[in-house]
Every structure is written in C-alpha cells, then in structure tokens.
Design a protein. Sequence first.
Length: 139
Amino acid sequence: MALDSNELADQAARSMLEKGAMDVRIFNLKKITSIADYFVVGSADSVPQLKAVVDQVADDLKEMDTLAWHTEGTQSWRWVLLDYVDVVVHIFQEETRMFYGLERLWGDAPVTRVYIDTETGDIRQETISDIMSVVETTE
C-alpha cells in the first residue's frame, strides 16, 4: 500500500508518539522548497528512547511498503534523520533540537502540532499559525 506524502507524514508522527516522542510537529514545505513535502520533527529524552522512536517509525512504515531512502545520525544518536524522499523525519535528543533550532530555519512553513489527548488517549492534530508558538514549546 503506497502512501502519499501527507499520509506518510501523519503515520510517521503517530509512530513517534507511540514511543513517547515529545513536541511532535509536521512542517508543510510544499510551497517553500523542493527538498521535501514535509518534515516531521520530534524529540526524545534519552538515547534508548530515540532508538525506540526511530525503530517504531521505520518498522511501521516498512509494514506499509515504505522504506527510508537514506538514514543519517545513527553513529551519535543525537539527531537521526530518516529520508523518505517526500517526507523527512527528524528525531532529536532534546538539547540537540534546541541547539540546531530547525523550527526557526523553516519558520515560513505551516506547522501542525501532533499530540495525544490526555483525556481520551486519541491522537490529535492542530495547526499552529505562529512559529513562535513552536519555538517557545521547544525551549
């Protein structure tokens, strides 16, 4: 089952949340750059958690017949990038995410916050119109 870029970004975000990734965001880059349609960004608070998040994303997408074209960052486990061509997944250790400030670099992109509703346990999405809302939650 081939996923379009929107479905792939949504599934990657869901997979990240399943392993406890924090501050999960989807950046829609379609009108900004040809690098990718979406960046999916999230944080982990330890190397074991980061590895678990990476494995969950890769395994879930593999089950949907979607393999990463390229993977980087598995030597240091501070920032792992899974490149699915139209969707690039970035999973950071928290301090590395703050240091590089990826949110600031793509400040013109529409951003969707993806989170688990604490009352229902459902995965929710909300559009963030102000990039400073994203920056403030990651600092």
